[in-house]
Design a protein. Structure first.
Length: 217
């Protein structure tokens, strides 16, 4: 039986990305996110308009989309509720974020040089997609339930790197779906292959309703 509900968030289940970009001083920033979708060699991201990643994308116009597998769940968890922005915007302070300058060290990940863009790849990620910014636009401006200014970023993938362990044995350009186990975000919890892989998700440590001030009416 269906029931009419008003969930605070709509995280139904999307792959987790770790976006690498360059800060203004040339240092690398890492940001885990899960609002992304794909068509052809293009990708659309949904980002907090105040994020360091968006500022870097507007300025640098390039990034790497490092797709996390279940093996990177710990690293994603260590990056949760951290921000490269300083000072932190008020809403991130309220949600419990803290500023971290060296995201690679925080996550315990290693940087790997890219080939077509300046930001580094994440060596541990089995899928690394170098990308260039095509367009940045405001998102959700007509949505009264979107609590913070947001943006959508259109990217064009210019180089794809995939670990040999997840390729099909008989086809050099095809992924074996049985071998590729993407890390999934479902309602701020981390899953892989249908099972929860991280029982203590840091992102889920604060109540869901904090993302929905419109519910306090």
């Amino acid at each position: 039986m269906h029931r009419t509900i008003e969930p605070a968030i709509h995280y139904w289940g999307t792959p987790v990305l770790i976006i690498s970009s360059l800060n203004e001083d040339g240092s690398a920033n890492l940001a885990p996110m899960s609002s992304a979708w794909w068509l052809g060699w293009s990708c659309m991201l949904g980002l907090d308009a105040s994020s360091q990643t968006l500022a870097n994308l507007r300025r640098q116009r390039e990034c790497v989309l490092n797709l996390a597998s279940v093996n990177e769940a710990d690293a994603v968890n260590r990056l949760a509720l951290t921000s490269g922005t300083s000072p932190l915007p008020m809403h991130k302070q309220w949600l419990g974020y803290r500023h971290v300058a060296d995201k690679f060290a925080q996550a315990g990940l290693r940087a790997q040089p890219s080939e077509q863009v300046a930001p580094p790849r994440v060596q541990e990620c089995q899928v690394q997609l170098e990308a260039e910014v095509v367009d940045v636009r405001p998102f959700g401006t007509q949505d009264p339930r979107l609590p913070i200014p947001s943006a959508m970023v259109e990217l064009r993938i210019v180089r794809a790197h995939v670990h040999a362990s997840i390729l099909q044995d008989d086809h050099a350009d095809r992924i074996d779906p049985q071998r590729w186990q993407p890390l999934m975000m479902k309602f701020r919890q981390l899953y892989g292959g249908g099972a929860q892989v991280m029982p203590e998700s840091i992102l889920a440590s604060c109540p869901e309703e904090m993302y929905a001030p419109w519910k306090a009416r």
